[in-house]
Design a protein around this ligand. Structure first.
Ligand code: FAD
Length: 466
């Protein structure tokens, strides 16, 4: 019998583990998984904060209750992952003015309705454009066409809530055709479930890994095929093999390699490819966007914000778009925890990553004092994740920018000889999401399996104007 082919998988996040499991299920078991950090899970990452386990990366199962079953929702149910449906219905009653006081509910509702109406018209426009994407426009252009350009604090914060809170980049940057409508919500449903489980959202990755990697009786992985703390720095490839070199000088050889690192990492020189990847691929990779989404957690000794039904999410409408705009209290998920979560994105995220956590705490406290008065207590602790500066991520998730068409997207995910690519950014319909990472892992592994088992190794890229 012919020797079983060997495969190196770079990265043990959702997509790398999903690809490895798919290969293993197909009988390709000579695997080596090289992960840069000391853990598996990647951007699904629980961390201790204020006596809780909070998610500094992915938090929601997005896309629940629709015509198709989101595979992450299925898995979360199987694992009885503790979760809460996020109800945003009341945000119009919880929108604070820049200098304090709530906006009238009707004012915010009207603003939200305009954004929704413009978005709905965008759906029609989207479907009328050629599928090649050559006539795609940005969300901002779409808004301009419908004579709606948010400029005051309420219309800016509702616009931010609709787009930036989802894509972590402003409408000026985001592609209309690839986000309106969004496949995640169209196919899987529009509900969002917030994971608040001490095992973490990352337990989904562990669950998959346990199905093909050996572990001890405590559940720790002891499979020699999973090698942690291995930073891949070089991938050389030829017609007959691949050679992967790590930062500590170790050399691994195999028949194929599957690269699952983020598009943000691929845009840096952390991993050198030899020979260099083709120009078309490099340009496509550099054109896609790695956005930055920062979840700042604040701990207090007492709760001074409204609690109870319809209070979980609240908005701060500043004249400065995206300045500490979306707040969530965690009293529903963790009663008595006195923890707030505020989300910032893009330029604010980058700015905040470069200042001290103490400065960030001061800024957040100023905003809270505007909303809740001068006498509120100071935060006793703060957690500011730094996804953008982390060389193993370089951001939070991919966002489809204006200017990238299907042809370039296919180049971005296409294998080059024995080098295959996966990761959420390669997901055909769900880039940016956990389910995108999971499904991309399966898809990329199947492309490799077809090549190994059936000799069908050509990855077809649609013609430029198709
Ligand atoms: P990763 O998880 O990045 O896995 C790649 C792995 O490669 C990592 O473990 C990394 O350490 C490793 N690696 C990097 N460089 C090297 C190297 N040189 N050598 C070896 N290993 C390397 N999605 C949702 O569905 N819902 C959400 O609510 C949500 N919120 C998010 C919030 C934040 C703040 C972030 C950061 C992400 C969020 N996402 C969300 C997106 C989701 O987390 C990702 O799409 C998904 O986890 C990506 O999985 P991946 O396997 O493609 O990449």
């Amino acid at each position: 019998m012919a020797k079983s082919p060997s495969v190196i998988i770079v990265g043990a996040g959702m997509s790398g583990i999903s690809a490895a499991k798919t290969l293993s299920d197909a009988g390709i078991t000579d695997l080596t998984i090289l992960e840069a950090t000391g853990r598996i899970g990647g951007r699904m990452y629980k961390v201790p904060f204020a006596g809780l386990q909070v998610e500094k990366g992915a938090n929601w199962v997005e896309g629940v209750g629709g015509k198709e079953l989101n595979p992450m929702w299925k898995m979360a149910q199987e694992l009885h992952l503790r979760n809460f449906e996020s109800n945003y219905d009341n945000i119009s009653a919880n929108c604070y003015k820049e200098n304090g006081g709530l906006y009238e509910e009707k004012v915010v509702n009207d603003a939200l309705e305009i954004v929704a109406k413009v978005d709905k018209s965008g759906e029609k426009l989207s479907s009328s454009l050629p599928s090649s994407g050559f006539e795609d426009i940005s969300l901002l252009t779409m808004q301009r066409l419908m004579k709606h350009v948010p400029t005051d604090p309420v219309s800016m914060v509702t616009d931010y809530y609709t787009y930036d809170y989802e894509f972590a980049e402003p409408p000026r940057v985001t592609s209309m055709q690839n986000t309106v409508p969004l496949s995640t919500f169209t196919n899987f449903g529009d509900k969002l479930h917030f994971v608040a489980d001490q095992r973490g959202y990352e337990s989904l990755v562990h669950h998959l890994a346990h199905q093909f990697l050996k572990s001890d009786k405590h559940g720790n992985f002891v499979d020699p095929r999973l090698i942690l703390n291995q930073v891949v720095r070089r991938i050389s490839y030829s017609a007959s093999e691949v050679t992967v070199t790590t930062e500590d000088g170790k050399v691994y050889k195999a028949d194929y390699v599957m690269v699952s690192v983020s598009i943000g990492v691929l845009q840096t020189n952390l991993i050198k490819f030899a020979p260099p990847l083709p120009d078309k691929k490099i340009i496509a990779m550099y054109q896609f966007d790695m956005s930055v989404y920062t979840k700042i957690f604040l701990k207090f000794n007492s709760t001074f914000w409204p609690t109870g039904d319809g209070t979980e999410f609240f908005l701060y409408a500043s004249e400065r778009r995206g300045y500490y705009p979306i707040w969530q209290h965690l009293e529903t998920e963790f009663p008595g925890s006195h923890v707030l979560l505020v989300t910032v994105t893009d330029e604010e995220s980058r700015r905040i990553e470069q200042q001290s956590d103490n400065d960030t705490k001061k800024e957040a406290m100023e905003v809270l004092r505007k909303m809740f008065g001068e006498n509120i207590p100071n935060a006793t602790d703060i957690l500011v994740p730094k996804w953008w500066s982390d060389r193993f991520y370089k951001g939070s998730f991919s966002n489809w920018p204006i200017g990238v068409n299907r042809y370039e997207f296919d180049h971005m995910r296409a294998p080059i000889g024995r080098v295959y690519f996966t990761g959420e950014h390669t997901s055909e319909h769900y880039n940016g999401y956990v389910h995108g990472a999971y499904l991309a892992g399966i898809d990329s592994a199947n492309i490799m399996i077809r090549c190994i088992k059936n000799g069908f190794c050509k990855f077809s890229i649609k013609a430029k104007n198709a």
